[in-house]
Design a binder for this molecule. Structure first.
Ligand code: ACM
Length: 636
C-alpha cells in the first residue's frame, strides 16, 4: 500500500471574526483515501478550551497541543481537503510564526504520519518568511570612528595608524596574560577565517588598580599600552582592540585603528545580561556555549538561564529522578505531549551535573556569571504531573495559566512543596556558584489555589484575601531557604505582589513596562530592567506578517531595542536601585532554530550598548555601521 502523505495549511483572517478566523486545512497528498484518523497540531496559537470548532471535534488539548477529529464516517479522498475553522483563539495572530509548528496524522491503525507544514498565510495571500540580517548602514560622510560595540565611555583618539596584522601581548601581569589567552581563543572560535591575535602589534599591559570593575585604558602611540585593574578589564581591552582591528580592516572608509590618543572605558552597569529559555525548547551544551561566546564579545556578564517551565524541566535533581525521566521530555505517550513545534517522538533534554559545570565554567572563563532560574510557584505543570504528591488531593476546579496550562502552580500550603524545593535548592547551590538564584514568581493565575482546601485553610487564619498573599508567603519562605545557603533572591516583578519578597537581599526583573521598574525601585527593590517592549527578543522586528516572532508586547525593531533609555523617568533618589539591564529570549518560536540568529542579533548588541555605554554616547547611526561586524551564534 502506498505511504499516506499530507500537507497542513493554515490561514488567518482578522476581518471575519474577533479576534479573527483561523482555518486549518489538511490536504491528502497521497494516493489512498483515509478515514478514522485524528490530527494533532502544536502551534503558538491556542484554541480556547471547550470552544466550538467548525468541521472537527477537539478531542484533546493541552495548551497549544490540539487533537482534532473529523465527523464520524468522514473520508479524506486523495487530493481532498479537510477544513477546520476556529474563531475563539487565545489572541490575535500577527505573524506566520503563530501558526502550526509540528503536527501528526494518526491513522486508524495507530500509525503516525507527520504532514508537510506550510507557513500560515494571512487572508490567503501567498508569501514566504523573511529571515534577513539588517543591512550595514555606512557612517554619514566625513565621519570616521572606531568600530567598537558597546561603544567606549571616552574615545579621544587621533590619526589613522597602519592596520595591524594582528595583536600580540608584549608584556604584562598574569591577569593580562589570562585575558589575552581567553580573547584570542574566543576570537578564533567566532572568526575562524581571520587572524586577529598573533605576530603583529605589540601591546604592553600594566596593572592600574583604580580601574577595577571591568574598566580599562588604551594609550595609542609608538607603542600601545593597555591598563586595567583586573582580568575583566584586560579582557574588555583586548576585545576592544580586536574589534577596532576588524573594523579598520574590513571598512577602512569608516573605521580607523588610531595612531595616537586614548580610550578610557568602564561599564555603566554592573549587570549586563541575557536570559535564555531552555525549557520551551532544548538547547545543547554546545549551543549554550556558542551563545555565551557572542555574549562575551558584547562584554555582557550575566547569563540568566530559565531552567523550567510548564513545557519542560531541564535540571537533574538526584533526589527526584522522575524529573529527569519524565518532566524533561515531550512526545506521544510521554508525560507531556509534543508542544510548540517539538516532533511527534520522544524529545527532550536534562542537564546532568557535569553538563551544568561545563557551561557554568565556560561562562566564568569569559567573565559571565550564570544565574539559574527555577520558575516557581507558577509554570510548574510538568513538575506537578511528574510529582503528583505536590498537588492537594482534595483540590477541586480548574484554573488556567495565561498559556492555558491547568492547575500549574506549586501549592504553598503543602509541606511536600518545601521538601521538594529544598532538594532543588541544594542542587542549584552545588552547581551554580553565582550569589543569586532566580525563583521566577511570574504569571501565577489570579485564581490559583482557590479550589485547594489546604490553601484556603491557610488563608483564613492569616487574614489573607487571595492568591498573592499566599504567593508572598511561599516566596519569602524560599528566600529564607536561599539565605541559609548565603544566596540572594532574584525574581520577576510579580514577586512584589501580595506583600512580596523581602527587598533586602533580592533583585527583581521588571519585564512588563519600563515604568514597572520605577515602581519596584520606589518600593525598595534593586531592579534589573528587561522591558518586553524593548528587550524581549522573541518579539518580531516589524509588523510584517512574514517577519518571525510574537507581538504581544508590540514590535521590537533594532532601533526600538537600541533606543531603550533605562531609568530616564526615575526620580533621582532611586536611580541607584537600578543595577542593570538584560534581554530575554523566550523560546516558543525557536523549535525552528534557523530563527535564532535573526531574533538575537544585532539586538543583543543593542542591549549590550545600553548596558555599557553612557546614555549620551549612544548613537544609532554609528551602531548600524558597526553591527554587521558583531558575531552570531550560528545555530540552526
Ligand atoms: C515573563 O515574561 N513571564 C517573565
Amino acid at each position: 500500500m502506498p505511504t499516506p502523505s499530507f500537507r497542513l495549511e493554515a490561514d488567518w483572517n482578522p476581518e471575519i471574526a474577533i479576534p479573527g478566523r483561523l482555518a486549518i486545512t489538511l490536504v491528502n497528498t497521497g494516493e489512498t483515501p483515509v478515514s478514522g484518523f485524528t490530527l494533532a497540531v502544536t502551534s503558538l496559537f491556542r484554541i480556547k478550551p471547550d470552544s466550538p470548532i467548525e468541521g472537527a471535534r477537539l478531542v484533546d488539548q493541552l495548551s497549544n497541543n490540539h487533537v482534532l477529529a473529523p465527523e464520524e464516517g468522514f473520508v479524506l479522498e486523495p487530493g481532498g481537503r479537510w477544513e477546520i475553522v476556529a474563531k475563539q483563539i487565545s489572541h490575535t495572530l500577527r505573524h506566520y510564526t503563530y501558526g502550526p509548528k509540528s503536527a501528526a496524522v494518526t491513522l486508524d491503525d495507530g500509525t503516525m504520519v507527520p504532514p508537510e507544514i506550510a507557513p500560515m498565510t494571512l487572508k490567503g495571500e501567498p508569501g514566504s518568511p523573511t529571515i534577513q540580517h539588517p543591512e550595514r548602514q555606512p557612517l554619514p560622510e566625513a565621519e570616521t570612528t572606531v568600530s567598537v560595540i558597546p561603544f567606549p565611555a571616552e574615545v579621544n583618539v587621533s590619526g589613522s595608524g597602519d592596520v595591524p596584522e594582528a595583536i600580540r601581548l608584549a608584556s604584562g601581569p598574569d591577569a593580562a596574560r589570562t585575558a589575552f589567552e581567553t580573547v584570542s581563543a574566543l576570537a578564533g572560535r567566532l572568526f575562524p577565517q581571520e587572524t586577529l591575535f598573533g605576530n603583529g602589534l605589540e601591546i604592553t599591559c600594566t596593572e592600574k588598580p583604580g580601574l577595577a570593575g571591568g574598566g580599562y585604558e588604551i594609550a595609542f602611540g609608538e607603542t600601545v599600552t593597555l591598563s586595567a585593574g583586573d582580568e575583566h578589564g584586560f579582557r574588555h581591552g583586548f576585545i576592544t582592540l580586536a574589534q577596532m582591528l576588524r573594523g579598520a580592516r574590513q571598512h577602512p572608509e569608516d573605521f580607523v585603528f588610531p595612531s595616537g590618543g586614548t580610550i578610557t572605558d568602564a561599564p555603566r552597569f554592573g549587570w549586563r545580561g541575557s536570559h535564555l529559555d531552555v525549557a520551551r525548547q532544548v538547547y545543547t551544551v554546545a549551543e549554550i556555549k556558542a551563545f555565551l561566546d557572542t555574549m562575551a564579545w558584547n562584554k555582557l556578564n550575566r547569563f540568566h538561564i530559565h531552567l523550567n517551565d510548564d513545557e519542560g524541566w531541564r535540571l537533574d535533581v538526584p533526589e527526584y529522578p522522575e524529573l529527569a525521566e519524565k518532566a524533561g521530555w515531550r512526545g506521544p505517550g510521554e508525560l507531556l505531549p509534543p508542544l510548540l513545534g517539538s516532533p511527534f517522538e520522544r524529545h527532550g533534554l536534562v542537564y546532568r551535573a557535569d553538563d551544568v559545570r561545563e557551561f557554568v565554567d565556560y561562562g566564568l572563563s569569559l567573565g559571565i556569571e550564570t544565574i539559574p532560574e527555577i520558575d516557581i510557584p507558577g509554570h510548574c505543570y510538568c513538575v506537578i504531573k511528574a510529582l503528583p504528591q505536590l498537588a492537594d488531593p482534595e483540590e477541586t476546579g480548574i484554573y488556567r495559566s495565561v498559556q492555558y496550562f491547568p492547575n500549574n502552580a506549586l501549592n504553598p500550603a503543602l509541606e511536600e512543596t518545601y521538601v521538594f524545593l529544598e532538594a532543588v535548592v541544594r542542587t542549584l547551590v552545588e552547581l551554580f556558584p553565582a550569589k543569586w538564584i532566580h525563583i521566577g514568581g511570574d504569571e501565577v493565575a489570579d485564581e490559583a489555589w482557590s479550589g485547594s482546601p489546604q490553601a484556603k485553610s491557610m488563608q483564613g487564619p492569616n487574614g489573607w484575601q487571595g492568591t498573592f498573599e499566599l504567593q508572598s508567603y511561599f516566596l519569602k519562605r524560599i528566600q529564607s531557604l536561599l539565605e541559609q545557603y548565603g544566596k540572594e533572591t532574584g525574581a520577576w516583578e510579580e514577586a512584589a505582589l501580595g506583600g512580596g519578597v523581602d527587598p533586602n537581599r533580592s533583585y527583581l526583573v521588571a519585564w512588563k513596562k519600563s515604568e514597572s521598574g520605577r515602581d519596584l525601585a520606589l518600593t525598595g527593590y534593586d531592579v534589573v530592567l528587561a522591558p518586553a517592549e524593548h528587550a524581549y527578543f522573541d518579539m518580531a522586528q516589524s509588523d510584517e506578517w512574514w517577519e518571525p516572532g510574537a507581538s504581544w508586547a508590540g514590535t521590537v525593531s533594532v532601533e526600538t531595542c537600541y533606543t531603550f533609555d533605562p531609568a530616564h523617568d526615575w526620580p533621582a533618589e532611586v536611580q541607584d536601585k537600578l543595577i542593570g539591564v538584560q534581554s530575554c529570549l523566550w523560546s516558543e518560536n525557536l523549535a525552528d532554530r534557523k530563527l535564532f540568529d535573526h531574533l538575537v542579533y544585532p539586538r543583543l548588541s543593542a542591549i549590550a550598548e545600553t548596558g555599557w555605554s553612557p546614555r549620551e554616547k549612544k548613537d544609532f547611526a554609528r551602531f548600524m555601521a558597526i553591527q554587521t561586524l558583531m558575531p552570531k551564534a550560528g545555530l540552526g
